[in-house]
Ligand binder design. Structure first.
Ligand code: ZN
Length: 486
């Protein structure tokens, strides 16, 4: 078996791993890396115009037939529905076989359906998509693939066990954690992976870093820089300790109780369903009404189709704010409009931004606002002209920007918060990724013959976090350079 990394090396996300064996070729994930794209392009004014732009800048591998014509690979397996793992599948050639979990496919489609405008880089209808669940076994040419669910900050995430017909076996962790609501899923994966007797493990190391909390360290640095530039009016970050999802709930309730007169706005990553559920619970515990933006409403509505996801608000529980728009009024897309009608029919409330703002500012302490796009929400809520200064409490409940959904300029957000008179804001979050000590245990239990660190900015630091006997067998990947496994 030959393994070639075309992404996810020395970076968080952008995973693209080509496996070759017995004449068969298979990609594990085909994700985007937004930092790379941002270093050459700017959305929406100066985006890449075609695949060629992305190949010439080294962002996409130059593999004949992969993007048109076909025949370059037998399949692409997507581990989960975060853009840094699936985001480039729209660029694959017509008819490319793509395998992903059922829930992941639901989320991928929901994201596209809720978009106002789809570009050439946002289509998936041309792909030959097959979905799987845990317990399925997939055959792709000379490969046998066993997907096993893991817990991550998006539902429907999988780790993959891969065997090549010549007998070499590989374990791919995808992204995973052991401290989430559904930790038992990760345990199932670790057990199966340990029985797999893998020759090599491709292990994510998002949180392997010189600082205990690299995100917080980076954020602090960034805020110091902003404070220098913008002065004292920049709101200060108050980080609340949270180790498990349940802690997030407790802290949210505490913050809500500390600011009973204020609107509580909580920013969360769009597809972080566990967090949406937590925020819904916080609204129930505090007696505040949950209000969400149209895009969040669409996701929650579609996720109800998944019988595996429970504890989410019913359509009738939702109050939805439709964004203000310059030209057309109403929701972004036809699919979204239909979903909002269904929500209304079920007893939910769908309001234009003006009416939503009127409701909110008439009794701000009565609401929790869940959004993945806070600057837009803050802009719309202020446009009503009602008094909003000093009436907002803000909670950032997401990681630092790794994926498009999360990339929102922190400086812009802080400027908006300052306009609202916010002096300090809260950060309450638990990561979707295993902490280094969890990682050590996972590697110990899976016990692969060799470990290849990926999805980390510090592959070199893996030696500090893997058991002694594994340290000898660390393989540092290089972009585009094949690693041969026997
Ligand atoms: Zn990832």
């Amino acid at each position: 078996m030959r393994i070639t990394f075309y992404g996810g090396v020395g970076e968080i996300g952008g995973n693209k791993v080509l496996l070759e064996c017995g004449g068969s070729r298979l990609f594990l994930d085909f994700g985007r890396n937004f930092r790379q794209e941002d270093s050459f392009f700017q959305y929406p004014f100066d985006p890449p115009l075609d695949v060629g732009d992305l190949i010439r800048t080294g962002i996409l591998p130059d593999i004949p037939g992969l993007y048109s014509g076909g025949g370059a690979v037998d399949a692409v397996v997507v581990s989960h529905a975060h853009s840094d793992h699936y985001g480039h599948i729209p660029l694959l050639a017509e008819g490319t076989r793509v395998l992903m979990g059922e829930t992941a496919w639901l989320i991928v489609r929901a994201r596209l359906e809720a978009m106002a405008r789809q570009t050439w880089a946002d289509r998936v209808d041309h792909l030959d998509v097959e979905t799987f669940r845990t317990g399925d076994e997939l055959t792709v040419g000379a490969f046998r693939i066993v997907p096993i669910h893991v817990d991550h900050s998006v539902p429907g995430a999988y780790g993959l066990l891969v065997e090549c017909e010549e007998g070499r076996r590989l374990v791919y962790t995808g992204d995973l954690r052991r401290h989430g609501e559904a930790a038992r899923l990760t345990e199932d994966f670790v057990r199966a992976a340990s029985d797999w007797d893998a020759h090599v493990g491709l292990v994510e190391g998002t949180r392997v870093a010189p600082e205990a909390d690299p995100e917080a360290a980076a954020a602090r640095l960034f805020e110091q820089m902003l404070a220098l530039r913008l002065g004292d009016r920049i709101p200060k970050r108050v980080a609340k300790e949270a180790k498990r999802e349940g802690d997030v709930l407790q802290e949210l309730v505490a913050v809500a109780d500390d600011h009973p007169e204020n609107l509580l706005m909580v920013e969360a990553a769009w597809a972080d369903i566990d967090r949406a559920r937590t925020i819904w619970r916080a609204s129930l515990e505090t007696g505040r009404r949950l209000i969400v933006d149209e895009r969040e409403a669409y996701l929650l509505h579609r996720m109800r189709e998944d019988p595996g996801l429970r504890g989410l608000p019913e359509a009738g529980d939702l109050m939805v704010m439709v964004w203000r728009r310059r030209r057309s009024s109403g929701p972004a897309s036809r699919r979204l409009a239909e979903a909002l009608e269904e929500i209304e029919d079920a007893g939910g409330e769908v309001l234009d931004a003006e009416s939503a703002a009127r409701e909110v500012w008439s009794n701000p302490g009565g609401f929790i606002f869940l959004t993945g796009h806070p600057t837009r929400a803050l802009k719309d809520l202020m446009a009503s002209g009602r008094e909003c200064r000093g009436r907002l409490t803000y909670v950032m409940s997401r990681s630092e920007p790794f994926t498009e959904e999360m990339v929102i300029g922190l400086d812009r957000l802080l400027n908006w918060l300052a306009l609202y008179g916010v002096r300090s804001y809260y950060r309450i979050h638990v990561s979707g990724h295993a902490a280094p000590e969890e990682l050590r245990e996972i590697v110990e239990q899976i016990d692969p013959g060799a470990v290849i660190p990926m999805h980390t900015e510090h592959p070199d630091l893996f030696r500090l976090y893997v058991p002694r006997e594994v340290r000898e067998s660390l393989i540092m990947p290089s972009l585009g350079e094949p690693i041969s496994l026997g």
